[in-house]
Write a protein of this length. Sequence first.
Length: 368
Amino acid sequence: MKKHIIPAIAATLFLAAFTVFNARAEADISARSAILMEANTGAVLYEKNADERLPIASTTKLMTALVTLESASLEDTVTIPAACERVEGSSMYLKAGQTLTVRQLLYGLMLESGNDAAVALAIHIAGSVEAFADKMNDRAASLGLENTHFLNPHGLHEDGHYSSARDLALIMGVCMDDPLFVEIASTRSITFGGRTYTNHNKLMWSYQGMVTGKTGYTKKAGRTLVTCAQRDGMRLICVTLRDGDDWADHETLLNMGFSQWQLQTPVQAGEILGRVPVMAGSAPDVPVRAAAGVSLLTPAGEELTVRVSLPRFVYAGVAEGSFAGTALVFQNGRQAAEIKLEYAESVSRDSPRRLTLLERIEEIFNGA
């Protein structure tokens, strides 16, 4: 909910400065490490040992998928190397010499959690598992992740291969910004090559708003799970590590997020927020729009107030896109965001009307 208040006062000029509402909550869960994050704002709603470095099993494949999507075409053909037949754990059951597309391997990676698919993609893109792990680490560094280090693309245990709940949530957030990732990872099941591959995330069938997720398990890591669910424009990412009751814990955390918080967009990018009179212009006034939108996470039912500061008038000509004023967003009396306003149209100076010959003669006669 929002209210617009538009006082006709001249504004002091500010640069736009956005603040993110950040909150903490309590929850009874089994995980060693966990986080609940709202992806649009980055607001953390719950965390427990969120920066602890832990083995992450097959949730590793989120980064494998991200690097693959950024490095290869989905229609590239991959000839399966013999190394894929020797990979233990969950599998697509690939055979040496078999050919598949990158797209098919990504389905096997994300739905079936195929360790062999991870190796095939790594060798195709980087020439070796080790070189691909270097690319994964470079991408992690580019995201500013401080508690993540990869040694392989599948997550089978190796000392020195780890991440944290917070870092995994950030990786998932980047993945969710890629429509191709969402298309593949949100698929419940798909059939190709005479075999059906089914998504291991059982919350896809039971939890309202579930978009996708990635499961993982090794003896060293225990059960690991990353999920993303969306309702009413709010996108929640949940991560649990070393959790013996992960399905229930994700439902608990996601339910808490959706019931206690709401994502509000009090100002949309391009929204018209007022008009300013134009002196000596070709139009009597000019509309003013928001140069950018802003979304804020607030407790459920809480109201935001928008106060717009505009000049009393402006002289022509006015250039579209030039600075017009500011809009301040308030939450419980506290300024939560500031948005630059700009003129939505150009207004030229008014051209004087040409006098008729008779009017000009009258001006001369009257001594004008």
